[in-house]
Design a protein around this ligand. Sequence first.
Ligand code: FPP
Length: 233
Amino acid sequence: MPDEVGNLPQHVAIIMDGNGRWARKRGLPRLLGHRKGAKTLEQTVRDAAAAGIKYLSVYAFSTENWKRSSVEKTGLMRIMERYIKRKVAALKEQHGRLRFAGRRDRLPPSLAATFEEAERTTRDEMGIQVILCVDYGGRQEIVDAVKKILEDGIEAENVTEDLLSGYMYLPDVPEPDLIIRTSGEERLSNFWLWTGVYSELYFTDTLWPDFDKGVLSAALEAYSKRQRRKGGV
Ligand code: FPP
């Protein structure tokens, strides 16, 4: 891991892409790629916490992923539910806190309940915060913010960037410093649209199930060498 502590990102966000291709290369069903992806996520949480990362957010299911086959959607939801139920105690032992970003109203009720229970159980933990983005879309997040602003009866003249920031899903979470995308794709795909405007981007050809400490270190090292001007000079 890089030594320059000052240059360590506080919040690392990951677009976990390539599970399907990983499975296809092995002649396996796509869902086995997602299952291996969940294991990779578990190890990545440990590696990120060990590296000193305070917030790790991962894109697990996007608002666009509803277009996938019902077998894949149901399977993925089941993998998430089982995984969280089985691993939340271990996360708590590491002082990790689990949070969710996204819409909840379209999820299977048992998954939504599992999310709520996991959030409640780990609410007071002060170690790494793991944010699972599920039924998350950056545009949807902005639409949801605007709806709440209207519901609150805010006057147009009081609508500012800071106000909108306060209406995003997790306003207390710092903006992502670094967004990593695996599998060779180089797009944001509707991830962290509002909060990710100044994020550094890092792309790797590694498929998500093969992601490991070495790739994480390489991303952190690349980040540590970049200068972040955020529009300044
Ligand atoms: C993208 O690969 C991956 C997903 C849409 C799912 C990511 C979900 C996990 C890794 C499981 C998360 C588990 C928990 C416990 C939250 P893809 O299917 O688009 O792969 P492809 O582009 O190769 O087809």
